[in-house]
Design a protein around this ligand. Structure first.
Ligand code: PLP
Length: 403
């Protein structure tokens, strides 16, 4: 008999790394489905499409050809060369193969970047609403998140003036995500120029630009901040294959930055997991260099779904929603519904509202608190049109019944 408590060994880091509501709501939806409830889940941010055939075929061929061994830590030369070309031709970004570090997903690329440049006490400016993992990653590295908020009326983009006011001598990084999860916001060239001005005026500040939704764009132009004058040295551009190529489970992403930073990210990659899976990297070369019809077909389906969702949500009183120029997320501001009642249930927070929508109306959404925007909720429309129709009907019925 011992009174040893293994849990007492856990360090605080393990508590701060909770991904919270998305995972919780998705799991709850799955549990309800397991009990036979017909739940529509709009929780998870992953394409419902399978990976295009040409990419699958390239992976199978690479596996058969023996590419099943450890790979170079920063990625195979063929992929880094293909990525360098892709960044040049598609994004006008000028990074050579030595300035690119491949990772097991954009998530790890972000972790590699943050762990490379953020230390205890360094401040990182984050523009809310933001993707949950940024804040977790920054805290993990010991950094201090400085969260700035933008409202739906501001198209969920924090004005440059407020960013400038938040900069201190301890600021080291700004995290930018264009197009954005959860809002779909896309920053214009003029807006990025304003941000670049702030970064360039600081002696030791960089920007991490997460561009993973670049192919799910419904109009307008996607500009990479690293292309602006003076910004090549100041930018870490992160991207990945999960969203545009429907390759979430393959785990492949990358970051591009000037060589000292790229090398440091490579060291982090080496410590955390060694080089990414080789046959996946070969498949990624096929994804980059092969036909893009499937990528375009998926984009058009997201576009049609976006219109269904926008029309459906705009018909619900109390929902404030702007345009969704990119991604497969809607992020309506529902603060006008807070405080309303359904029987004994008071919807005093979006957590409660989302729980009620799931428990009583079998629609799973994610409360906005996880994204630094507690007055909004996130709905992913990376699911079938039939599911979207069902979800909208349920949301309309549920939310218009609130008193
Ligand atoms: N960046 C953003 C904004 C995301 O929404 C996600 C996934 O949800 C990622 C990065 C992570 O992508 P990956 O699957 O490549 O790790």
């Amino acid at each position: 008999m011992t009174d040893f408590d293994p849990a007492s060994l856990l360090v605080p880091r393990t508590q701060s790394a909770d991904e919270g509501p998305i995972v919780r709501m998705a799991q709850k939806a799955r549990d309800m489905r397991g009990r036979g409830v017909d739940v529509v889940s709009l929780t998870v941010g992953e394409p419902d499409f399978d990976t295009p055939d040409n990419i699958q075929a390239a992976a199978t061929a690479a596996m058969k050809a023996g590419f099943t061994h450890y790979s170079p830590v920063m990625g195979i030369p063929e992929l880094r060369t293909a990525l360098s070309k892709k960044l040049k031709t598609e994004n006008a970004l000028d990074y050579g193969p030595n300035e690119i570090c491949v990772a097991n997903g954009a998530k790890q690329a972000i972790a590699n970047a943050v762990l490379s440049i953020i230390d205890k006490g360094d401040e990182v400016i984050m523009l809310a609403p933001f993707w949950v993992s940024y804040e977790i990653g920054v805290r993990f590295a010991g950094g201090t998140p400085v969260v700035l908020h933008a409202s739906v009326e501001e198209d969920y983009k924090v004005p440059a003036r407020r960013i400038a006011e938040a900069v201190t001598p301890r600021t080291k990084l700004l995290i930018l995500n264009t197009p954005s999860n959860p809002t779909g916001a896309v920053w214009t060239k003029a807006e990025l120029e304003e941000i670049a001005k702030i970064i360039l005026a600081h002696p030791r500040m960089m920007v991490l630009s997460d561009e993973i939704y670049e192919y799910i764009l419904f109009g307008g132009q996607m500009v990479s901040i690293g292309t602006l004058p003076g910004m090549r040295e100041r930018t870490i551009t992160v991207n990945g294959f999960s969203k545009g190529f429907a390759m979430t489970g393959w785990r492949l992403g990358y970051a591009a930055a000037v060589e000292p930073i790229a090398k440091a990210m490579g060291r982090m990659q080496g410590i955390l997991s060694a080089g990414a899976n080789q046959f996946v990297q070969r498949a990624a070369v096929a994804a980059l260099e092969g036909p893009r019809d499937e990528v375009e077909r998926m984009r058009l389906r997201y576009l049609a779904r976006r219109d269904m969702v926008l029309n459906g949500l705009r018909a619900i009183p109390g929902m404030k929603i702007g345009d969704i120029p990119a991604t497969f997320y809607a992020f309506p501001d529902v603060s006008a519904l807070l405080g309303k009642k359904a029987g004994n249930h008071v919807m005093d927070t979006t957590d409660r509202l989302c729980d009620w929508l799931l428990d009583e109306h079998a629609v799973a959404t994610v409360p906005g608190g996880a994204f630094g925007a507690p007055g909004s909720i996130r709905l992913s429309f990376a699911c079938s049109e039939a599911e979207i129709e069902k979800a909208i009907a349920r949301l309309q019925k549920a939310l218009s019944s609130l008193l």
